[in-house]
Ligand binder design. Structure first.
Ligand code: ADP
Ligand code: MG
Length: 337
């Protein structure tokens, strides 16, 4: 009953059948796939009836431009680095909030990264485009995200690309007790409609969130934690200096996600990229009225601590996990897990 698609990408792919495209990134197309029975790789997928297959083209389309060779090469290095890191962090008890790594294949024209499929793939990016969430629901997104980042940081890995598109919904697991407010436009100057909106309409709920996309992730030398990750004593000063605040970029990313889910638009925005860059560099954002009027001081405080320009003063992952607002008891929480 499997409707096989006719994808070019399928021709060079063994062991998995591509069904339909479910997502797209800057250098990738992501498909829903089914592990083929009796394939030599079947042992890898005994826990999965379906998988997500991230396909990266080796020679990107339009590769005729000047640095085609270079791009190709760096793509290869990047992909192998992504796979190495994804494998590494898929181990251990804290990995349940990360999209699981399953398998990797390379063919003449493509790289294939096979991962756990998250059925609510693109939904999250869509939700934040049109709506904002209650504080309770925001906590349910930030908490698993924080646990995912905690796991990565403990293993000496920085994600470096935390944003709504890289947060994927797990299967629907609970129904929110609070109404979600719906904004019909991503233009923050239009008034948001209040109404009942349930992400995952039909299923009637919102799933747990998992962190995905390790394409920009980086393993760093551990300078101040106890994780066994190479000998620090031999690390060059410029490396230590450069990596000193690298974990903190993820905290900033979480701050941007938190701000966005709470009000429905991002903290920093300008059509001109240089002005946007300036605003970010100065940490110039506001709790814009009227959208922030009803949001609690606890939530605002949490955003402020994450969107702190000085990385030394910014919330660390442990600060965030201990944050009072994030740990506020609410009725939805009991249903979690
Ligand atoms: P890129 O590195 O090119 O940004 P991503 O890994 O972020 O690629 O994947 C691109 C998009 O594909 C995601 O934003 C998401 O919508 C979808 N996607 C990726 N991985 C999965 C997955 N495991 N399950 C469901 N959807 C996924
Ligand atoms: Mg991505």
């Amino acid at each position: 009953e499997v409707p096989e698609g006719h994808f070019e990408e399928q021709e060079e792919l063994l062991n998995y059948t591509l069904i339909n495209q479910i997502g797209e990134g800057a250098f990738s197309r992501v498909f829903r796939g089914i592990p083929q029975k009796n394939s030599p790789k079947a042992y890898l997928t005994r826990n999965f009836t379906e998988v997500a297959v991230k396909v990266i083209q080796k020679d990107p389309k339009g590769g005729s431009d000047k640095k085609s060779e270079e791009t190709k090469k760096s793509t290869r290095e990047q992909v192998l680095r992504e796979v190495k890191i994804h494998k590494l962090i898929s181990c251990g008890s804290g990995s349940s909030n990360l999209v699981q790594f399953v398998d990797f294949q390379e063919s003449e024209n493509y790289f294939y990264i096979i991962q756990e499929l998250l059925s609510g793939g693109e939904i999250f990016g869509e939700i934040v485009k049109y709506t904002y969430l209650s504080e309770d629901l925001s906590r349910h997104i930030i908490k698993p995200l924080a646990l995912a980042v905690k796991h990565m940081h403990q293993m000496g890995v920085v994600h470096r690309d935390i944003k709504p598109e890289n947060l994927l919904f797990d299967q629907i697991k609970f129904v929110p007790s609070k109404k979600v407010k719906l904004r019909r436009s991503d233009d923050p100057t239009t008034k948001a409609d209040e109404g009942e909106f349930r992400p995952g309409v039909g299923g009637g709920g919102i799933g747990l969130v998992k962190l995905a996309d390790f394409g920009l992730s980086k393993q760093i030398h551990q300078t101040n934690t106890k994780t066994p990750c190479g000998t620090v004593g031999y690390t060059a000063p410029e490396v230590v200096r450069d990596e000193r605040y690298s974990m903190e970029v993820d905290m900033w990313g979480i701050g941007c996600v938190l701000y966005t889910v709470l009000c429905g638009f991002p903290p920093f925005y300008d059509e001109k990229i240089d002005i946007l860059t300036e605003k970010i560099a100065r940490g110039e954002y506001t709790f814009l009225q009227p959208w922030w009027d009803e949001i609690s001081d606890g939530a605002k405080n949490c955003v402020r601590k994450l969107l702190e320009v000085d990385p030394a003063k910014r919330y660390s992952i442990d600060d965030l996990l201990n944050d009072e607002w994030l740990n506020t008891y609410d009725s939805v929480r009991e249903l979690k897990r």
